[in-house]
Ligand binder design. Structure first.
Ligand code: B3K
Ligand code: ZN
Length: 871
């Protein structure tokens, strides 16, 4: 397979105006009749008509009503060429596909069992070509009319994009339904669903006066768990109207839940399809985090209706144009629905854990890459999370009203179009009479830039000189290494905890205690006047740019921010910085240790602090972030240092933690109401700390909480503590948990994951044994991720010194590649940091990667990851 390059982009030689599809649906064999109204670009009059198509059995083909003979066209593994077609033509094809053999879950496939399952589609990025012959690229926008026919008993519900356009009976127990989508769309947004599904229904009246019928479909045993998703959907619809002036544009909005889905969810026009994990929610079976995920993903897919569907991407290089922007919108929605600083902390955690690691290794790529081998491998933390950070920087730099003006212009200009990142920047810039084209460098450069800050206080003149400078990432891949525009939101704090009114030299008056300065050169110095004591700078407030901070501040400065910063995110960043310094010093740094311990104790004594923020202040940075601090990663060292740090916190804060746990535990009601999740979060972080030294006091509480839990959050948190401690209580709790939830696939995923996470070398054998169980399915991505994504993060088992973890994991990737290449590729990316490890493990990982890449049969997806990882 040859790489695709951005600079090779050409407008489509052939476009489709209208398409009429007819499906005769059946799990074993489905026939698809397609009538395409094709139009040739007059500027490309020599271009042969080429349509993508994969794994399609061509039964019939005609051009402008004339049947074609095999001499009139060419078929190969990639598609169909009709050399003599010219101008405007009507092409009709009939193909046969086999949904139930489709384990890759791209195109039309079967969810669930042969007897009771239902049919559904996943087309992004290039799955539509596995349904019919088509110009399967995002810049071909067509109007779709879809006729579905199927056996009524087996497939009573028939759904497709757009609005319903009639339904009726057919002979032999069959029936039909027709759907019309008035909005031209790219093929990746096509969807259909057919099967035995229940639904819940609600209504929403848009600001434009349109009555929309909202339905969520799920299998009968899950339909009672869809209410939270429905609420989230209505909140999202309202929010997009209020915050972005975007209303919904069809008469129906349907969502369908499936247990068999490679990704989280899919924004198909008017027919979103969800991994059940991100749709179903219930206090007895879902954690508070699950509830939050459902809200976020429902919002995300809904927001795509404007950022992705109405304005789509010109080509897949622009993927972040829809994904980064939609993640940003989702983040803002969640911030408005709950706690803004908490949401920001969680997003920064994800960015640091997933994106920074990606950006520092061989799979690093720009937010807008220049080339790809397999686009499905680019649904990454960089495209999503870093992409969202770029949009956030633009929003910070433009301010709320300026950003809204820019978005309005973006929608006005590009509605109904396939756009580019340049279009986006131009619209935001033009609406604000400013040039934002320097932000393009953020889209073009891979790697995480560093931001350093050095302050100097001059007591004589009462001035504070703050020098900010940026350094490009060492692994810079793109040719473009120009300085980046970095919005730095900052405040200055005096030792007493007051913020300084900010006045730069030359300004007449101070304006506010927080300001944003855009560093768009290698370095700049800000001079603040009327600063009456040496201040502590609070930088990147709200984490205003996705950079690696390298600030010259003392442990005492960090302690001040941890105590006094009015920005919750920066309080948390200060705590993280203290913990990171202690990790670096293997906890042997008395000044930092005192600063952290005192800071955390003070936070625990602050009755006004949001319990969820306190829980975050008490949490260590993720293992993987701390591991990155070492010149060569030795999992044993990482584990030992983290253990020492955790035990120090547990010991120093023991009395406070115990008291807080007991108080929160006595108050627990198991409710969903707004403040309950924050309290549970703190309670369970306390439990975690109480159990970290295997003290009886902790284990007894964990057992008690497990037995008496009123909600999944509490029962799972206790189970995690018990399993980590091991022994009989762990076995007992695991058995009880399984017995309670044996029929619930999503809860079983948790049960699998908890075991794969146990910090012990033997976990490898546990995982192997778990795959032999009847309730584990190799062809179900959720089960596979529960075991293997978790295993890959397990320092003790995956990184076993004897290499057994790598060998076993590699064998599983190999096995999965034959089933679902995208899943195999995602798992294989877990090896991406192999070069960062100490020599022994590095060699073991390398040889496993080498073994895999030499396999005789390998999917393009997996090969792409292996090649890049080894390059
Ligand atoms: N756009 C989809 C992801 C499609 C995955 C393709 N392999 C989900 C989302 O980002 O909303
Ligand atoms: Zn998305």
């Amino acid at each position: 397979r040859a790489p695709v390059y951005l600079h090779d982009y050409r407008a489509p030689a052939w476009s489709v105006r209208n398409v009429a599809l007819e499906f005769d649906l059946d799990a074993a064999q489905t026939e698809v009749l397609a009538e395409l109204e094709l139009q040739q670009d007059p500027a490309q009059a020599d271009a042969a008509l080429f349509l993508h198509g994969e794994a399609l059995e061509l039964l019939e083909i005609s051009l402008d009503g004339c049947e074609l003979s095999p001499a009139d066209y060419q078929l190969d593994a990639n598609g169909l060429t009709v050399p003599h077609a010219r101008g405007n033509v009507r092409l009709r094809t009939r193909v046969r596909i086999a949904p139930e053999l489709n384990t890759a879950l791209q195109g039309l496939y079967l969810s669930g069992s042969h007897e009771a399952g239902f049919l559904l589609t996943q087309c992004e990025a290039e799955g539509f070509r596995r349904i019919t012959f088509f110009t399967d690229r995002p810049d071909v926008l067509a109007r779709y009319s879809v006729m579905l026919r199927a056996d009524r008993a087996r497939y009573p519900v028939l759904l497709a994009n757009g609005n319903p356009d009639g339904a009726g009976e057919l002979p032999d127990g069959r029936h039909w339904a027709r759907w019309l989508d008035p909005h031209p769309k790219p093929s990746y947004l096509f969807a259909l669903v057919a099967g035995k599904l229940e639904h819940i229904e609600d209504h929403y009246r848009t600001s434009e006066g349109r009555d929309v019928c909202l339905r969520i479909y799920a299998e009968a045993n899950a339909i009672a768990q869809c209410d939270h998703a429905m609420r989230s959907l209505k909140h999202s619809m309202r929010w997009d109207e209020e915050k972005f002036g975007r209303a919904y544009d069809l008469d129906v909005f349907n969502i369908v839940a499936t247990h068999d889905f490679t990704m989280g969810a899919m924004e198909n026009k008017g027919l979103n399809i969800f991994n059940a994990k991100y749709l179903l929610a219930n206090m007895q079976t879902s954690t508070d985090a699950d509830f939050a995920h459902v809200e976020a993903v429902v919002a995300h897919e809904y927001f795509h209706n404007w950022t992705g569907n109405r304005v789509t991407c010109r080509d897949w290089f622009q993927l972040s144009l829809k994904e980064g922007l939609t993640v940003y919108r989702e983040q803002e929605f969640c911030a408005d629905m709950g706690s803004r600083s908490l949401k920001r902390i969680e997003d920064v955690q994800t960015l640091w854990r997933a994106q920074f690691a990606e950006d520092a290794g061989p799979l690093a790529h720009a937010v807008r890459p220049e080339h790809y081998l397999e686009i499905n491998n680019f649904y990454t933390a960089t495209i999503y999370e870093k992409g969202a950070e770029i949009v956030r920087m633009l929003a910070v730099a433009l301010g709320r009203d300026g950003f809204r003006r820019g978005m309005d212009l973006y929608f006005a200009r590009h509605d109904g179009q396939a756009a580019t990142v340049e279009d986006f920047l131009a619209a935001l810039g033009d609406a604000n009479k400013t040039d934002l084209s320097n932000y393009l460098s953020w889209y073009r450069q891979a790697g995480t830039p560093r931001l350093s800050a050095n302050g100097r206080y001059d007591a004589a003149t009462r001035t504070y000189h703050l020098q900010l400078s940026q350094q490009v990432a060492s692994i810079l891949l793109a040719a473009d290494n120009s300085p980046l525009p970095i919005p730095v939101a900052l405040s200055l704090y005096l030792p007493n905890g007051d913020a300084v009114p900010l006045r730069l030299a030359g300004e007449v008056a101070a304006s506010g205690i927080e300001r944003v300065f855009v560093l768009d050169r290698d370095s700049m110095t800000l001079v603040f006047e009327d600063v009456f004591a040496p201040p502590v700078p609070s930088l990147l407030r709200g984490y205003s740019a996705p950079v690696l901070p390298q600030f010259d501040v003392s442990a005492d400065d960090l302690a001040l921010l941890l105590r006094a910063d009015s920005d919750g995110c920066n309080r948390w960043m200060a705590a993280q910085a203290l913990m990171t310094r202690l990790f670096d010093a293997d906890v042997n740094d008395a000044t930092t240790l005192v600063a952290m311990n005192d800071g955390l104790a003070a936070a625990m004594d602050d009755a006004t602090l949001d319990p969820a923020l306190l829980a975050q202040l008490l949490s260590l940075p993720a293992d993987s972030i701390l591991a990155e601090r070492l010149a060569e990663i030795d999992p044993d060292v990482v584990h030992a240092r983290i253990g020492a740090l955790e035990k120090n916190i547990a010991m120093v804060l023991h009395a406070r933690v115990l008291a807080r746990y007991d108080a929160l535990s006595a108050d627990e009601t198991g409710a969903v109401e707004a403040r309950a999740p924050a309290r549970r979060r703190l309670k369970n972080r306390c439990l975690d700390l109480l159990c970290s030294r295997n003290d009886a006091a902790g284990i007894v509480r964990a057992l008690n909480q497990f037995e008496n839990a009123r909600c999944m959050t509490d029962s799972l948190a206790a189970l995690v503590c018990l399993v980590r401690a091991g022994g009989e209580p762990a076995e007992h709790a695991l058995a009880a948990f399984h017995a309670r939830h044996a029929d619930d696939a999503l809860v079983l995923d948790k049960w699998f994951a908890v075991q794969a996470a146990r910090p012990h070398a033997d976990t490898l054998d546990t995982v192997q044994a778990l795959t032999e169980r009847a309730d584990f399915r190799w062809n179900n991505p959720n089960k596979v991720y529960a075991l293997f994504m978790t295993l890959a993060r397990n320092l003790h088992a995956f990184h076993r010194a004897d290499g057994a973890g790598y060998a076993y994991f590699g064998a599983c990737v190999q096995r999965l590649d034959a089933i679902n290449p995208q899943v195999a590729a995602r798992l294989a990316a877990s090896f991406k940091e192999w070069r960062r490890y100490e020599p022994h493990r590095r060699a073991l990982m390398q040889s496993e990667l080498q073994r895999l890449i030499e396999l005789p049969t390998l999917s393009p997806d997996l090969r792409d990851i292996l090649q890049r990882a080894l390059a």
